[in-house]
Structures are given as structure tokens and as C-alpha cells.
Design a protein around this ligand. Structure first.
Ligand SMILES: Cc1cc2nc3c(=O)[nH]c(=O)nc-3n(C[C@H](O)[C@H](O)[C@H](O)COP(=O)(O)OP(=O)(O)OC[C@H]3O[C@@H](n4cnc5c(N)ncnc54)[C@H](O)[C@@H]3O)c2cc1C
Length: 347
């Protein structure tokens, strides 16, 4: 039986631990955080702060075809992962998403659509008022709307909790920051070492001494909006932010997100909060009476090319740079990484 030392219990760390546990491997996970639950202090996993949109088509607005391709594969993998988790299963839905624009923003929307035309697996479908009303009866018709078919969404909090709970036999070590991840061994802050057949470094931004990573700040608003009625994520063409409204179970609506070139982890600014909330209110006026549950922020771990990177050598695997697409790409990246490890184990 092979032993794995995983540095980082965020999205990749939990997915890897769960997958390895199912193969009967011996896995230990080490994380700097105090425990498995979210603290919303911008320090633990960025994954807790994410919207959980699985948007291979919409992300072609700025991302490479490789991101979309990993994304389409991952949507199918998430379907199987969620089905394999014990009940109550995390919320996961494949209903597509909407792109909407106010009257004056049609030229901007057309520029977005031109970029999405690079995607071969799916294309935006223009919706007239009747078609939109059939899909989202609670949404007051915006001037322009398109369905982005095939897109999906997942509940990040419930999924991270479920992967942690279902990873049988995995040893989780909290408040155990890793200083160095080297082939076959981890060094912890404080100086002690532990040895494994294979070390997996998935510390997100915490691995910045090993990879040219930078953090990209994202701010979000969590709303309680009973009766809001939305059934799928809605993106608004907006001059400054990629604004989206994501419905979650229990009448929650998640508004995101700013994308700011800064590693500032301090609380959400007034300007960002006002811009996100007024944009959301312009799409769904019923939000006037929504209650603000949380203003959250975190840093997306990005490499210079904004693409994910898997680095593999004997006894060491690093996966990082998931940027704004971690939920979209993680299952496919983990599947490919485990295939690499199987070759190493067999060799
Ligand atoms: C506002 C926002 C919205 C987002 N929305 C989406 C979305 O809708 N769809 C999507 O696909 N993606 C989204 N993302 C991106 C996604 O959250 C990230 O790409 C993903 O979380 C990266 O996963 P990871 O496992 O690499 O890192 P993380 O999830 O950040 O996990 C890293 C882990 O390493 C631990 N760690 C750090 N340093 C150390 C250390 N020295 N020793 C031990 N452990 C350490 C951390 O505590 C953490 O648990 C969003 C991100 C943000 C911030």
C-alpha cells in the first residue's frame, strides 16, 4: 500500500484525499487552517468563498480553450462524484446559465458573445421574452438574454464538507502548516519532517515559494432572499465586474465577484459592495428586501498564464494555478494527476 502526504485541504486536497481513500491508499492531509469548516477570514481554502459556477462556455470570455475542455469533462465527473457521496448529497444542478444585458449594454454583450463563439462544444442561445419567462418566470425580462446551455453549478460548502466526511481512513492534520514540499517528504513549520511514498502539494497560494503564483482578490455578497425564484445562475454584462447571481438552496443568493489585482485580504470595500449589490438589484428588483448575510473575500491562486499547472517528478506532484476556474476544472485535473501517479506506482 502506498502512502501519500497531501499539503493543503482545500478543493484539490479534499478531492484527492477522497479519491485516494476509495482506492485504499494511505493518505494524510496537512493544512494550516484550524479545522475543516470555513472561517471566512480569507485565510483557509479559497474554495469556500467561490460561487461554484461550472461555466465552461461563459469562461471563454477570457479563458483558453483548455480551461473549457477541462470544464466540460469536470461537469460529467462532478455528476458522478456527487452521486457517489452519501446522502444528503451536495446541491449540484445542470440547468445551464443565463447571460443578460441591459438596453445600453448590447455592444458590450456582443463583444462577449464574439469571444464565446470560440467555443465549439456549445453556443449561447438568444432568448425572447416568452422563452425567458418559461425558463425563469421570476426574472423581470431584461433587454437582452441568452441561455448558455450545458453549464452547471455546485454548492461549494456542502461539497467540501461531504468530501471531507466521506474520505474514509484519511488522517487530517489541522494547524499543521507545511513549509516545504519535496519529493517523498514534507517539512513542517517548526522544522520537523515526515516521509511518504508520494507528496502532493496543493496549497494554492500557500505554495508561492515553489511556483510563480499571485493572488487575485475576489469579493462577494451572500444574501438571504426568500422567494427570489431564480433557478439558475445569471450573469450580467457590466462595465467593471463580471457580476453574477447564483441561487443556492435555502433561499440563498450568492453575488459575485470583483476581480482585483491585489493580495489584500482585508474586508470587502464599500465601493465593491455597492457596485455588486446595485448591479444585482438592477437584474432582480425583489432583492431590495434581501438580507445581507455575509460580505466575503478571498484570493484566487493564479499563475502568469492563468492556466492550471501540474508538475510531476518521482515522489512529488504539484497542482496549482486554478485561478477563477478551480471548481470548473478540479475533477479533470485530479483524474489526470491520479493517472500520472498510477504510472509512477506501476513503473
Ligand atoms: C470570490 C471567488 C469566487 C470563485 N468562484 C468560482 C466559481 O464560480 N467557479 C470556479 O470554478 N472557481 C471559482 N473560484 C476559484 C476557486 O475557488 C479556486 O480556483 C480553488 O479554490 C483553488 O483550489 P485549490 O485547492 O488549489 O486551493 P484552495 O481551495 O485555496 O486550498 C488551498 C489549501 O491549502 C491550505 N494551505 C495554504 N498554505 C498552506 C501551508 N503552508 N501548509 C498547509 N496548508 C496550506 C489552505 O488552508 C487551503 O486549505 C472562485 C474563487 C474566489 C476567490
Amino acid at each position: 500500500m502506498h502512502s501519500f502526504g497531501i499539503a493543503g485541504a482545500g478543493l484539490l486536497g479534499r478531492l484527492l484525499a477522497w479519491r485516494l481513500a476509495r482506492t485504499g491508499a494511505q493518505a494524510q492531509v496537512f493544512d494550516a487552517a484550524a479545522g475543516p469548516a470555513p472561517a471566512f477570514d480569507a485565510q483557509g481554502p479559497a474554495a469556500f468563498s467561490a460561487a461554484g459556477m461550472l461555466s465552461p462556455l461563459a469562461e471563454r470570455d477570457h479563458a483558453d480553450a483548455r480551461v473549457a475542455s477541462l470544464g466540460w469533462r469536470s461537469i460529467a465527473l462532478w455528476r458522478d462524484i456527487v452521486a457517489a457521496l452519501p446522502a444528503p448529497r451536495p446541491f449540484f444542478a445542470e440547468r445551464g446559465s443565463l447571460l443578460v444585458a441591459h438596453r445600453g449594454d448590447l455592444p458590450s454583450a456582443q463583444r462577449v458573445l464574439a469571444r464565446l463563439a470560440g467555443e465549439t462544444r456549445a453556443a449561447p442561445e438568444a432568448l425572447d421574452t416568452a422563452a425567458l419567462a418559461r425558463l425563469e418566470p421570476a426574472l423581470p425580462p431584461p433587454a437582452h438574454a441568452w441561455l448558455l446551455p450545458g453549464e452547471a453549478q455546485i454548492d461549494p460548502l456542502a461539497t467540501l464538507a461531504a468530501l471531507h466526511a466521506a474520505a474514509e481512513g484519511v488522517a487530517w492534520h489541522w494547524r499543521r502548516p507545511v513549509a516545504q514540499a519535496l519529493p517523498g517528504r514534507l517539512q513542517f513549520e517548526g522544522g520537523d519532517w515526515a516521509e511518504f511514498d508520494c507528496v502532493i502539494d496543493v496549497r494554492g497560494l500557500g505554495a508561492a515559494q515553489s511556483l510563480p503564483l499571485r493572488g487575485v482578490r475576489g469579493e462577494t455578497v451572500w444574501l438571504h432572499a426568500p422567494g427570489h425564484g431564480l433557478t439558475r445562475p445569471v450573469r450580467l454584462v457590466h462595465p467593471r465586474h463580471r457580476v453574477y447571481l447564483v441561487p443556492r438552496p435555502d433561499d440563498l443568493l450568492f453575488l459575485g465577484a470583483t476581480e482585483i489585482e491585489s493580495e489584500d485580504r482585508s474586508p470587502v470595500s464599500l465601493k465593491s459592495a455597492v457596485e455588486l449589490m446595485s448591479a444585482a438589484h438592477s437584474v432582480l428588483p425583489v432583492l431590495a428586501e434581501a438580507r445581507i448575510l455575509r460580505l466575503d473575500r478571498h484570493l484566487r491562486p493564479a499563475l502568469p498564464d492563468h492556466l492550471p499547472r501540474t508538475v510531476h517528478e518521482d515522489g512529488l506532484l504539484r497542482i496549482n494555478g486554478l485561478f477563477r476556474h478551480g471548481w470548473l476544472m478540479a475533477p479533470a485535473l485530479v483524474q489526470d494527476a491520479l493517472a500520472l501517479l498510477r504510472q509512477e506506482v506501476v513503473a
